[in-house]
Design a protein. Structure first.
Length: 128
């Protein structure tokens, strides 16, 4: 499991780091060692965004009676997205908002607001 978060030079970082570590250990109870790395510039979509997108895709597929593959093609075509892999974090936020607005409005499909939603959309880990 990999967790990605954007950090900024001029914003607090301690709480973000603590939150990421808590999430990692909670989701990997059998893991004894982890590696933290920091890279330059903007990352591609986050893991939370990826998980949320696939969860929503599965729900949309089921509600529309489509396969997961067909649902993904439909979603990407609707919003002119060639590859979700190449979307940066903020672009993916907009993509997720478009999906939520369209399928929630047009098809009345209720898409969940879980822990991944908060991480994906607001870069915030919400305590249960």
């Amino acid at each position: 499991m990999t967790i990605n978060r954007i950090i900024y030079r001029d914003k607090p970082k301690a709480d973000i780091c603590k939150s990421l570590v808590k999430v990692f250990w909670k989701e990997n109870p059998d893991c004894e060692v982890a590696t933290i790395s920091i890279t330059k510039d903007k990352p591609k979509r986050s893991d939370a965004q990826n998980r949320l997108f696939h969860k929503w895709r599965d729900i949309i597929a089921e509600e529309m009676g489509e396969s997961k593959t067909e649902a993904k093609k439909l979603i990407k075509k609707k919003f002119n997205v060639v590859s979700t892999k190449n979307l940066e974090v903020e672009e993916f936020v907009e993509f997720l908002r478009d999906i939520d607005n369209f399928f929630g409005g047009e098809y009345k499909i209720k898409l969940p607001r879980n822990e991944d939603y908060n991480l994906a959309m607001y870069n915030v880990y919400k305590k249960s």
